[in-house]
Design a protein around this ligand. Structure first.
Ligand code: ADP
Ligand code: ASP
Ligand code: MG
Length: 591
């Protein structure tokens, strides 16, 4: 009999009426012939209330006790849900994470799942029960209760779907699907019929809070189809699947992470070991770096900038201050009020002008871009927080996301199931659960690099630059824009080698129009892409890439990181060597 997972978020179980409605939904699915596992979150804002209570008692409560406290929210709602099913005349059993056997590591408040036992769930299902599993929680090897990070019930649900081989994981929430942007911030946002794992993963980490990013990592690893739907209506929702929707335009969504902070280490020795030491120290503090940008400055010194979530800023500064002193850097500074705006979509890799459109939208609002990084399917910029909402709305409008629905048929809510991994592959993946997985490491030697030096930091700078490049028909691949002192910025891009001449022509015009130094370039570079799952949520992947390349004597010229890929650019002559170095470094994690 097929198994269906139904996950209900906080608002979907906020009161007794809603709990009963959710119970009816599960009973309906069971009567249609499925075995049903419900995964339930804490009621309404209960988790927030518990956190607030803890804060009233202590400024710095131990993480172990936070987990002990927060897990009670889900325990309460599963018990009530089981009572609801009973009251409607059906069999149900509620289970905590520990009772199911969701084993995690011991990193309290952001634990990762190591394994899940399916025995008890299967037995209960076979006895005719609807199984009601507490989301968000697990237990470590020492039998301590752990939680998976805010929003983690999504991850519990998809992980259960993976180990049980469920037909679909339904996510019931307070919106009727995944939208082109957060409908609360961008009222014109539209629902998408279909979105790929990679797009959703990038959108989730770019701030689309509708799904927990790690849930999508699981879905991608185990090919679990996810169906995001409203718990209050029966609309078609959104399917999250492996295949991209190639019929739609280049961008599928825009998102914002409001509370980020930019940290810049000034005058770091340009020896690669120095950057590695910084990355290592931050990774050791269990903090994931977000946008990373490095600029060469004069006399063998570089400025290294990156962003972190605001909540991690003080911890990051402690780590970075110490290491900056040890390395003899000139100092370190930060901007606490930064937001990240991103656009995501599979189509952007093949269509010129996507970057230009985004930058122009911001320029028209006179919003300064502080940092730019790109991945194959995402462009992210850091802007001052006061402009963030405006920036998001402008970008959404610039790509006409409100009016261009995907052209996929809408009759059936269930799109075709994605390709499941073979049984051996599945076993290998199950053993790893939430470990880092490297799917491929690719070498691309078809590109050139052009770097604009010391452009004046003015709104509209990036727009003018990329509009001019688009006009010349140049398809820009990687873009990295960093900040340097004195309101000057450097922008590096990679372009197809065949387009180097036209890029340089345009680049000279651009530099002349800003009255600054001529651009520099490498006619041939090697771009390495490390593709996988968990690239950014596992702190330290970038550090390992830098470290292994440095140990092989290879200098990294450009880097960009995203959820599904880390790209580095090195000199062309080092391409093959860098490829084998990285393959070696990640051999244990490669499928
Ligand atoms: P739940 O409690 O069901 O897990 P969440 O609050 O975690 O619900 O997620 C649903 C919310 O996510 C929506 O109310 C919406 O405001 C927000 N959201 C952010 N980005 C998006 C998006 N791209 N599409 C849909 N909803 C989004
Ligand atoms: N109750 C937890 C939270 O509010 C987990 C979740 O809802 O997914 O973060
Ligand atoms: Mg949620």
């Amino acid at each position: 009999m097929s198994i269906i997972i139904q996950k209900f978020g906080g608002t979907s179980v906020a009161d007794s009426e809603k709990i009963l409605a959710a119970a009816r939904r599960a009973i309906r699915a069971q009567s249609e012939g499925h075995q049903v596992v419900m995964v339930v979150s804490a009621m309404g804002k209960y988790t927030d209330r518990l956190i607030e209570l803890a804060r009233q008692i202590s400024d710095d409560p131990p993480d172990r006790e936070i987990d002990m406290l927060l897990a009670t929210g889900e325990q309460m709602s599963v018990a009530l849900m089981a009572m609801a099913v009973h009251s409607l005349g059906h069999r149900a059993i509620s289970l905590t994470g520990a009772q199911i056997g969701i084993i995690t590591d011991s990193i309290h408040t952001k634990a990762r799942i190591r394994s899940i036992s399916t025995e008890r769930i299967r037995k209960s299902l076979d006895e005719g029960n609807i199984v009601i599993a507490a989301g968000f929680q697990g237990i470590d090897e020492g039998a301590d209760i752990t939680t998976l990070g805010r929003g983690g019930s999504d991850t519990s649900a998809v992980a259960l779907a993976a180990v049980l081989g469920a037909e679909v994981c339904e996510i019931y929430t307070d919106v009727d699907g995944v939208y082109t942007s957060d409908p609360r911030v961008v009222p014109t946002a539209r629902r998408l019929e279909l979105i790929s794992y990679d797009e959703m993963l990038e959108l989730a980490t770019a701030g689309a809070g509708v799904m927990h990013g790690r849930a999508i990592e699981f879905a991608k690893k185990f090919a679990v189809p996810i169906h995001v739907r409203s718990s209050f209506s029966d609309g078609p929702g959104t399917m999250i699947l492996r295949e991209p929707d190639t019929t739609r335009q280049s961008v599928c969504g825009a998102a914002m992470v409001k509370d980020e902070a930019r940290v810049t280490v000034l005058g770091l020795p340009s020896d690669p070991e120095a950057a590695i030491a910084v990355f290592r120290r931050v990774a050791d503090a269990n903090i994931a770096l977000d946008m990373i940008v490095q600029n060469e400055t004069a006399e063998g010194r570089t400025d290294l900038s990156f962003t972190v979530l605001s909540e991690n800023l003080s911890k990051t500064l402690r780590a970075v201050d110490a290491v900056a002193k040890e390395l003899g850097a000139e100092g370190c500074c930060c901007d606490e009020n930064v937001s990240k705006i991103s656009v995501v979509g599979h189509g952007m890799a093949i269509r010129p002008g996507v970057a230009g459109t985004m930058f122009r939208a911001l320029a028209e609002k006179r919003i300064d871009i502080q940092l730019i990084t790109t991945s194959v399917i995402k462009i992210s910029v850091a802007v001052a927080r006061q402009f963030a909402q405006d920036a998001l709305r402008s970008v959404h409008e610039a790509f006409e996301l409100q009016s261009t629905m995907s052209a996929v048929a809408t009759e059936t809510p269930h799109a075709p199931a994605p390709k499941k991994p073979g049984s051996e592959e599945l076993l290998a993946r199950l053993e790893r659960m939430e470990k880092l997985i490297i799917e491929d490491i690719q070498l691309d030697q078809s590109q050139a690099r052009v770097t604009f030096l010391g452009l004046p930091e003015t709104p509209g700078l990036a727009a003018r630059t990329f509009d001019r490049l688009a006009e010349a028909g140049v398809i820009v691949d990687m873009i990295v824009q960093g900040k340097r002192r004195g309101r000057r910025v450097d922008i590096s891009v990679t372009v197809p080698r065949a387009q180097l001449a036209s890029t340089l022509d345009a680049a000279r015009d651009i530099s002349a129009s800003f009255d600054c130094r001529l651009p520099v370039h490498s006619p041939k570079v090697a771009k390495l892409s490390v593709l996988g799952v968990g690239m950014r949520s596992h702190a330290g992947v970038a550090a390992r890439i830098f470290q292994s390349l440095a140990a092989a004597g290879i200098k990294v010229e450009m880097v960009s990181t995203s959820e599904v890929c880390v790209n580095v650019v090195v000199a062309a002559r080092d391409g093959e060597k860098a490829l084998s170095t990285l393959r070696n470094e990640f051999a244990d994690e490669t499928l």
